[in-house]
Design a protein around this ligand. Structure first.
Ligand SMILES: [Zn+2]
Length: 404
């Protein structure tokens, strides 16, 4: 059994928030009911006892199905036992202390189909960052889990995967996340060290273009412009398609093409087609359910990806420096180091933490990746607990009933 966490697309936010309000209502109802019964009969209700009271929920105007309510009742009873309290904190749907959204479900309430999660008669688009498609193809089954919201209002699917009948985890195509440093000499340098040379479409055809313009052949120069643009697009399409097919998470630096296009490097910048490339990556990733993020690449060339020190060459004079060594002893290829920093920044942003001092040590990249599934496991477990405990101790205790 393994718990995986997937980011749900933002277009489902409103629906999930509305569902979370109903969950809060049911949770608070269980909280109230359970503590009243304890006051009266000095016994605690089980999840099963509580469920019997929830049969009329849909008549009370609640729209999400009874499997969800039953799961809420079970979770409530489990948490109450765990925290040894007569009454748990109320879940708040609004105000400053609003509980982060949480919608639990039973195994039979969800189904994975065509890259989406079917739940409550609706299909939820998500980013398959952990290769759920491969797990399901290998015969893994979805168990119970939850949708949960983070502090930034993003929603996640936390779902347990039954992997009992499988011989080890499936071999996903390529799970490694990749950082991409866009440049001029090389169009793209990847965090794993691969380099994609920049093509000189414009410069190659520039003499022909100039000749056509001098001769006043407008149709001919238009045709040459079109040829340049087509070759460039074709190149970028092939590269972006390959990247999307081979990675589940792609991070790219936010290099500012518009600013550089005003400098003497303008022609190379135009040839590079960074913006077009990022746009292609974005929509192809969205289509394929691959995570795509542009990250701030400030300091990515001067920061050592091994120790986080800003020991790299800086300033205009340093542009020609392709290799440098840090005081910590690591020798860097300038662009590969930058790509690794972009990857680290992307992974940090994805896990919701803020990279405050430089970047994390890269020795940790591989372990981080390898343990990503395990990390997500822990995260979602905590998320459940945190949401259940949100504001614990703030609900008024029933008078005269000692806390157990
Ligand atoms: Zn260093």
């Amino acid at each position: 059994m393994r718990v995986l966490r997937f980011r749900i697309k933002d277009k489902h936010r409103d629906w999930l928030s509305a569902a979370a309000r109903e969950v809060n209502f049911v949770w608070n109802y269980c909280n109230d009911l359970s503590s009243k019964v304890f006051e009266r009969e000095r016994r605690f209700m089980s999840g099963y006892d509580l469920q019997a009271y929830l049969n009329g929920a849909s008549k009370a105007g609640l729209s999400i199905g009874s499997p969800v309510f039953q799961q809420v009742a079970e979770e409530y009873a489990t948490r109450r036992r765990q925290h040894k309290k007569v009454r748990l904190a109320w879940r708040k749907s609004g105000g400053a202390r609003r509980s982060l959204g949480w919608v639990p479900f039973k195994a039979r309430a969800v189904e994975y189909r065509g890259g989406q999660i079917r739940f409550n008669g609706q299909c939820f688009g998500m980013w398959d960052s952990f290769g759920l498609v491969d797990y399901v193809a290998a015969g893994a089954r979805l168990r119970s889990g939850s949708f949960s919201e983070d502090a930034r209002g993003r929603w996640y699917l936390n779902v347990a995967i039954e992997v009992r009948d499988m011989c080890g985890p499936p071999r996903p195509r390529v799970l490694d996340p990749v950082g991409i440093d866009l440049g001029l000499k090389e169009l793209a340098v990847l965090s794993d060290g691969r380099k994609v040379a920049a093509e000189r479409f414009y410069r190659d055809l520039e003499p022909a273009l100039a000749a056509a313009q001098r001769a006043g052949k407008k149709a001919r120069s238009r045709a040459i412009h079109a040829k340049i643009s087509n070759r460039r697009k074709d190149h970028l399409h092939k590269l972006s398609t390959k990247l999307v097919a081979n990675h589940r998470r792609i991070f790219v630096g936010n290099v500012n093409a518009a600013a550089l296009a005003k400098t003497s490097m303008a022609k190379s910048v135009l040839d590079a087609g960074w913006s077009t490339f990022r746009t292609m990556l974005q929509y192809k990733c969205d289509d394929a359910g691959v995570w795509f993020e542009e990250v701030n690449e400030a300091y990515s060339t001067v920061t050592c990806s091994a120790c986080g020190a800003r020991s790299g060459p800086s300033g205009l004079g340093a542009l020609g420096v392709r290799q440098w060594s840090c005081a910590c002893g690591v020798v860097h290829d300038r662009d590969v180091n930058a790509a690794q920093n972009i990857l680290l920044a992307g992974l940090a942003s994805m896990s919701g933490s803020v990279a405050t001092k430089g970047y994390t040590a890269p020795g940790r990249v591989d372990r981080k990746v390898a343990s990503a599934a395990r990390v997500s496991n822990k995260d979602s477990g905590n998320a459940l607990q945190c949401t259940a405990m949100a504001g614990a101790g703030h609900g008024p205790l029933a008078e005269g009933i000692p806390v157990l």
